[in-house]
Design a protein around this ligand. Structure first.
Ligand code: SF4
Length: 171
């Protein structure tokens, strides 16, 4: 009985993993590589990064300066499965966008750090284009009064992965 249940759970996990990967492949988003994170290289980011042209503001938790490259790091307190969440990938990509625009150096990748594992997310041209497209769509929808914020909870915005690219965030 226990063996059957374990097998069933294993199959469900495989199907869910397959669906997540299919969704990421459909969008062409990088899945992330599990890496070892040497935290001694992480420099705290004190001030938010702001690009007036894009109207985009955000503050990665850390920046790593390594071999001429600047790598943004986002730290998450929740645990993760086999792959990072899509919203977190876009949040990190928005930081890559800001770093590129403000420092003139395109990050080759960014880092998503969860309590149980750390992923390097390649900042590919596809991911950059998808992030810009998402940003534009959010602006357009806001301009048209579509999808207005449905709550007044700053705490909810604080936890939200779209916060760096959302015009309606509460903080
Ligand atoms: S930042 Fe706030 S308003 Fe914007 S999508 Fe997230 S929860 Fe909604």
């Amino acid at each position: 009985m226990l063996l059957t249940l374990a097998l069933a759970l294993f199959l469900v996990a495989l199907v869910l993993l397959g669906l997540a990967k299919h969704q990421q492949r459909r969008l062409g988003l990088p899945g992330g590589r599990v890496i070892y994170a040497d935290r001694r290289l992480w420099g705290k980011v004190e001030k938010p990064l702001y690009d007036p042209e894009l109207g985009l503001v955000g503050r990665p938790d850390y920046l790593i300066s390594q071999g001429g490259a600047l790598i943004p790091v986002e730290v998450k307190s929740s645990r993760v499965g086999a792959a990072p969440y899509e919203a977190h990938i876009f949040q990190l990509a928005a930081y890559c966008l800001l770093v590129h625009r403000l420092y003139g150096r395109r990050p080759p990748y960014g880092i998503l750090h969860y309590p149980d594992r750390t992923f390097a997310i390649d900042y590919t041209p596809t991911l950059e284009a998808e992030t810009l497209r998402l940003l534009k769509a959010m602006r357009r929808q806001q301009g048209q009064g579509e999808y207005p914020r449905s709550h007044q909870s700053p705490a909810r915005c604080l936890r939200c992965g779209y916060r760096p690219i959302c015009d309606q965030r509460l903080l």
